[in-house]
Design a protein around this ligand. Structure first.
Ligand code: HPA
Length: 273
């Protein structure tokens, strides 16, 4: 991945649209429905974009949707790239680089995650306050292009404090109870063992998933401010006496669909620029 490839991808997208998106949305498992709310949409399949990888997981569509949402020009990823699919970290985060090139200043990242915090319930939405990179890899390893960001980027406010506050105020206005907490990024694709979940709780994790961390690192490197929302689709392994399935994850995200849509739309509508 280099800046030339990023520019080629961005140029291709620009040729197909007539807007300047300032907000990027990465829609996680089962959460792609948000893209259907976008007005005057232009849809671009990942397969058509130069240098874009292809998405392979069910529940992920694999296309960009560009248009207007709550008066904002947005670019949404309906489906993302996961490390467990075999992409390297640079491929996983390539779309974030392209968003930056297109002028995106604010990124909403969303995901489905298992609840580690025992006060959470499936169906809760969690504002991500911070993360733990438990993937054993980083998208920033390798030579650094100073045009894209600093060699040693600060991660002390990986999730923008003002946006966290904004998210909580937006939830209050909607009378929506949201959790907040620390997201742990694991590689997957296996769900955790009960022992691993206990370990992650000891380490300070509130929710665990298989995405988000690489994209957020690159967004920070690129100077994009980030807001993260997890949909707690299930309690993490070992908490309830039942096995975890991807079907359960998709089912729960479908149940919270209206809350999720309303929440993101309210945040967009009142987003401080
Ligand atoms: N673990 C990891 N990733 C997940 C989970 C989980 O319990 N639920 C949804 N994504």
């Amino acid at each position: 991945m280099n800046l030339t490839q990023v520019k080629e991808a961005a140029q291709f997208i620009q040729q197909n649209i007539n807007l300047e998106p300032s907000v990027g949305l990465i829609l996680g498992s089962g959460l792609g429905v948000l893209a259907e709310e976008i007005q005057n949409p232009t849809t671009i399949s990942y397969t058509d974009i130069p240098h874009f990888p292809e998405s392979t997981v069910s529940g992920h569509k694999g296309q960009l949707v560009l248009g207007e949402l709550e008066g904002r020009q947005v670019i949404a990823m309906q489906g993302r790239f996961h490390y467990y699919e075999g992409y390297d970290m640079k491929q996983v985060t390539f779309p974030v680089r392209v968003m930056k090139e297109l002028g995106v200043e604010t990124l909403f990242v969303t995901n489905a995650a298992g609840g580690i915090n025992e006060s959470f319930q499936p169906g809760n939405l969690m504002v991500i306050t911070d993360h733990i990179n438990n993937m054993g890899d980083s998208p920033l390893i390798g030579s650094n292009d100073n045009e894209m960001g600093p060699r040693f980027p600060d991660m002390s406010e990986a999730y923008d404090r003002d946006l966290i506050k904004h998210a909580k105020q937006s939830a209050d206005r909607l009378d929506l109870k949201v959790q907040e907490g620390v997201y742990v990024g694991n590689t997957g694709p296996a769900y955790e063992t009960g022992a691993e979940v206990r370990m992650l709780r000891t380490l300070g994790g509130d929710a665990v998933g298989m995405s988000t961390v690489p994209e957020v690192m690159v967004a920070n490197h690129a100077g994009i401010r980030v807001l993260g929302i997890s949909c707690i689709s299930n309690m993490a392994a070992g908490i309830l006496d039942q096995p975890l399935t991807h079907d359960e994850v998709i089912e729960t995200t479908a149940q919270v669909r209206e809350d999720f849509l309303g929440f993101v739309k309210e945040m967009l509508k009142t987003l401080p620029v």
